[in-house]
Design a protein around this ligand. Structure first.
Ligand code: AMP
Length: 372
C-alpha cells in the first residue's frame, strides 16, 4: 500500500506486465509504419513515461513531439478542454500517432481529433497504454491498446493523483475500504438536502442531489435540462435511463471523493440495482441507506413554505406535491425492502430541530464502523 496526499493505493499492475504490453504495441505500430517515418505525439503530462518506453521499443526511424491539454470539471460541465501546448508544426502529409496514457470517457480524445482536424495529416492514429472500455463513448477508433482495464482510479507510470504518483514504476489502484457511501432516503421535504449539507462537511463527502443537478441543467438550458423539465414540472420522475446516466457522470467527475451522499437517488428499484452494479465496477458499495421519517401533512407544509421562498414550481402547488408523494409511494417506497434485504436500511425520526436530526444520523453512521 502507498499513500499519496490523503489517499491509499494498492498494487494493481506490475512493471513487467506494463512493459510487455508496450513492447507489443511498438511492434504492432512498426508493422503498419515500417515504410515511412511517423511522428509520435505524446499527450502531456500523463503519457511521458509511456512514449519514452514505446519509442525505445520502436525499431525504425521516427520523430517525437508533444501536445498538452487541461480539462476542467464543473458541477455538470462536459469537461471543457483547454490547449496548453499546440499541434507541432510541419506535420502536413505526415502520419501522426497520438500517444495517450489512458482513454476513459473519450473527452480528451475528442478534443485531440478537433485539434488535428485542419492539419491535413496523412494518417491519424491513436495509441493508448490503458483503455477503459466500460466508460468509453466509442466515438473514434482506438488503433493500438496496451491494456484494457475496468473503470478503476489508477496512478503510477505517468498517471497521477493530484500530480503525485507519476514516477511510480508499477500501477496502483485506489483503496476504497475507508470510503463512506450513504443514501439519504425520504419523501420530498423530509430534509435530505439540509442534512446532506451538514454530513458532507463533517465526513468530507461529496453530496450528489439529483434534483439539484436537474435544476442546474434546466437553468442552463442544457440538453439534459430540456429532457428533464416536463417531468419535473409535473412532479413525475425523470425516466430511469436519463437519471442513471447522469448519476454515473456525477460520480465519475469525483474520482478522489472520500465517499458520497446520494440525495434523491435511487428513487426506483431499477436505479438502485444500476447503482449497485455501477459501484461494484469501481470496487465501491453503499454502506447505509438512512431514511428520514415524517408524515405527509408536515411535509406539505414544509414544501409549500419552501416553494414560496425558492420559487420552485413543483413546491408551490399542492396537487403536484401530492403527485410526488404518489410517485414516492409507488416507486420509491419499495426500496426499503431492497436495502433491508442487504442489511443496510436504517431510519431516523425526521421531525425536530435540524441539529437533533443530524445527531440521529451521526449515531447511525458511527455504527457502520468504516471511518478510520
Ligand atoms: P428533488 O429535488 O429531489 O425533490 O427532485 C425534484 C424532481 O427531480 C423530482 O420530482 C423528479 O422529477 C426529478 N428527480 C430527482 N431525482 C430523481 C431520480 N432519482 N429519478 C427520477 N427523477 C428524479
Amino acid at each position: 500500500m502507498i499513500k499519496l496526499h490523503d489517499k491509499e493505493f494498492k498494487p494493481y499492475l506490475k512493471e513487467a506486465e506494463i512493459q510487455k504490453a508496450i513492447k507489443r504495441v511498438a511492434e504492432e505500430i512498426a508493422v503498419d509504419f515500417k515504410d515511412e517515418v511517423p511522428i509520435f505525439v505524446g499527450v502531456l503530462n500523463g503519457a511521458f513515461m509511456f512514449i519514452a518506453d514505446l519509442l525505445k521499443h520502436y525499431p525504425y526511424p521516427s520523430e517525437v513531439s508533444f501536445v498538452k491539454l487541461a480539462s476542467y470539471r464543473g458541477l455538470t460541465s462536459t469537461g471543457i478542454v483547454e490547449t496548453l501546448l499546440e499541434v507541432p508544426e510541419h506535420i502536413e502529409g505526415r502520419s501522426v500517432i497520438i500517444v495517450e496514457d489512458i482513454i476513459d470517457t473519450g473527452r480528451t480524445l475528442k478534443e485531440l481529433v478537433h485539434l488535428f482536424s485542419n492539419t491535413n495529416v496523412k494518417e491519424f492514429k491513436v495509441a493508448s497504454l490503458f483503455y477503459k472500455h466500460e466508460v468509453y463513448n466509442g466515438e473514434y477508433p482506438i488503433d493500438y491498446v496496451g491494456l484494457e482495464i475496468p473503470n478503476k482510479f489508477i496512478v503510477g507510470y505517468g498517471l497521477d493523483y493530484n500530480e503525485q504518483g507519476r514516477n511510480l514504476r508499477d500501477v496502483y489502484q485506489l483503496n476504497h475500504t475507508n470510503m463512506i457511501n450513504i443514501v439519504l432516503f425520504g419523501k420530498p421535504g423530509a430534509g435530505k438536502g439540509t442534512q446532506a449539507a451538514f454530513l458532507k462537511s463533517e465526513y468530507n463527502l461529496k453530496h450528489i442531489s439529483t434534483g439539484d443537478v436537474f435544476r442546474y441543467n434546466i437553468k442552463n438550458k442544457t440538453s439534459l435540462g430540456k429532457l428533464a423539465q416536463e417531468y419535473m414540472d409535473n412532479g413525475d420522475l425523470v425516466p430511469d435511463e436519463v437519471t442513471i446516466k447522469m448519476l454515473r457522470d456525477e460520480v465519475e467527475k469525483n474520482p478522489e471523493a472520500k465517499g458520497f451522499i446520494f440525495d434523491g437517488f435511487p428513487r426506483t428499484v431499477a436505479q438502485a440495482e444500476a447503482l449497485d452494479n455501477f459501484l461494484e465496477t469501481k470496487d465501491m458499495q453503499i454502506n447505509a441507506t438512512i431514511a428520514l421519517d415524517a408524515n405527509d401533512e408536515i411535509l406539505i407544509e414544509r414544501l409549500l413554505a419552501r416553494g414560496k421562498e425558492s420559487g420552485r414550481a413543483d413546491d408551490q402547488d399542492e396537487e403536484k406535491i401530492r403527485n410526488r408523494f404518489e410517485e414516492y409511494n409507488q416507486k420509491t417506497a419499495p426500496l426499503r425492502s431492497f436495502y433491508e434485504a442487504q442489511g443496510k436500511f436504517f431510519s431516523v425520526d425526521g421531525i425536530g430541530e435540524i441539529e437533533e436530526i443530524t445527531e440521529r444520523l451521526r449515531k447511525v453512521i458511527k455504527t457502520l464502523e468504516i471511518t478510520d
